[in-house]
Design a protein around this ligand. Structure first.
Ligand SMILES: [Ca+2]
Ligand SMILES: [Ca+2]
Ligand SMILES: [Ca+2]
Length: 465
């Protein structure tokens, strides 16, 4: 018996030691990679400095810049046009350097996190950005895509300085308060956090951070902490409502790109559940929030978490946010409400198929409406959105999905579908709404039609004879 305990202890210490060793080796490799990124960033800056005075913008981009106006309709001064041209030239020279030197891109991709150390550098306490990747670019239409709410996904790799000078910066200093609000601490745990975007004007900047991780066998949730500081220009200039305001978004994706969780929060002073305001409400902020995503269906799989922060869509207003603790945090009750679908995971369903689930409204909110997205996983057809539903209880619902909802054109067998429910909730007594999108009901296809299925409404038998 004693011998058994001895070997048990020995193997435990061996496991601990080898995990510690894996951690040290991983961090050392990541430090080497980040050192290479630093020197590449220096080379790129030199390339920009050497070429910017002789670099010419295309006539199309030039005419966009010279004819652009402020959000209030006033024209740009010559100084502002020059500044704008300088920024676009910088961006284009940076893009040019990457396109001429594609081999540098691999240095911006983190080494996969070892399965023995899933929480490594989860809160940047290594003092580096090891295990994370970063992207940022403006969505200004000047050779870049146009800003399109919740659809701005930067692909340009960026380095992350630790001296608070970047569009994305590593933040240090446990006691420091955010300089705009002077209220929220810039770091949630330990001595470091990350800030996406900054408050140096609008400029359509969108920044994205990504972490790939393997869901552990004993892991049911992935969590992280975040604090938002966004301008809310609604009611001023061209911002007649909130639809082009700065925003925050997070997405959890499978290795094949299926989105299994998404949250979207737009700057809105009337959304008092989420935001506090400064002064007249032109700046809104949150305290540190905890995001909590159910990953219990994805054990052993590699998932990708993306967090995104965007400036406003009209060019004049900024938004930024701090992030920390991308692992190992326990969230309390979901402040922002939730929608859960009942598991389905069926092949050859009898149609119409009932899709049911439950919801919890965010505190202070009531349900306005629900819709069901029937996502064609082949991408062949536009996803059908069903807006008819039945409330089967005070917080439960069901949808009926017909043959024509799956197959708007001809019936095609060998197809898979996922379901997502979007709930719109309304602040009681106000016009402010907030949206929650459910995860899909099952890992893998929620519904599969194979060649044996009898695909018709009110068929008697799910299998074709
Ligand atoms: Ca931290
Ligand atoms: Ca900006
Ligand atoms: Ca699914």
């Amino acid at each position: 018996m004693k011998k058994n305990i001895f070997f048990l202890l020995l193997s435990f210490f061996y496991a601990v030691c080898s995990a510690q060793n894996d951690e040290a080796v991983y961090l050392q490799q990541e430090h080497q990679r980040l050192t290479r990124v630093d020197s590449i960033e220096n080379v790129i800056q030199n390339f920009i400095d050497q070429n910017i005075s002789t670099y010419n913008l295309s006539s199309g981009v030039l005419s966009k810049i010279t004819t652009q106006t402020h959000e209030d309709g006033s024209v740009f001064t010559q100084t502002e046009i020059n500044e704008s041209m300088f920024r676009v030239k910088q961006q284009q020279l940076r893009d040019l350097y990457f396109s001429q030197n594609p081999s540098i891109i691999i240095n911006y991709i983190p080494i996969p996190i070892p399965s023995t150390t899933p929480c490594i550098n989860n809160g940047f306490e290594d003092g580096t950005t090891a295990s994370f990747s970063f992207f940022s670019q403006p969505f200004d239409g000047n050779g870049n895509p146009l800003w399109n709410i919740y659809n701005n996904f930067p692909t340009n790799n960026v380095g992350v300085p630790s001296n608070d000078t970047g569009i994305i910066s590593l933040i240090s200093g446990a006691q420091m308060l955010d300089p705009v609000t002077n209220i929220i601490p810039r770091v949630k745990s330990g001595n470091h956090s990350i800030r996406l975007n900054n408050n140096s004007g609008g400029g359509y900047d969108v920044s994205l951070m990504r972490r790939d991780f393997i869901v552990q066998s004993n892991q049911d949730h992935i969590t992280f902490n975040y604090a938002l500081v966004l301008q809310d220009p609604q009611g001023t200039g061209s911002h007649t409502n909130t639809s082009s305001n700065p925003y925050y978004q997070c997405r959890l994706k499978t290795s094949t790109g299926n989105i299994i969780f998404e949250r979207r929060i737009i700057a809105d002073r009337n959304n008092t559940l989420v935001f506090n305001s400064i002064g007249d409400g032109s700046i809104v902020y949150t305290n540190w929030n905890c995001e909590n995503m159910d990953v219990s269906q994805y054990k052993g799989q590699t998932l990708t978490l993306e967090v995104i922060v965007s400036d406003c869509g009209l060019g004049g207003h900024w938004g930024y946010a701090y992030f920390d603790d991308f692992c190992g945090t326990k969230c309390t009750a979901p402040t922002f409400g939730s929608i859960t679908l009942n598991p389905i995971g069926i092949t050859c369903p009898l149609l119409p198929l009932t899709v049911s689930g439950s919801f919890t409204a965010p505190a202070g909110y009531e349900l306005q409406n629900l819709s069901l997205k029937v996502k064609d996983l082949s991408g062949q057809n536009t996803d059908k959105i069903i807006t008819n539903y039945t409330l089967t209880g005070s917080n439960t619902f069901s949808f009926k999905v017909k043959n024509s909802d799956f197959f708007p054109n001809a019936v095609v067998s060998n197809k898979g579908f996922d379901f997502f429910v979007t709930g719109t909730f309304k602040l009681v007594g106000q016009n402010t709404t907030t949206e929650i999108i459910s995860q899909s009901a099952n890992a893998g296809n929620d519904v599969t039609f194979n060649t044996t299925c009898n695909i018709c409404d009110d068929c008697k038998n799910p299998i074709a004879n």
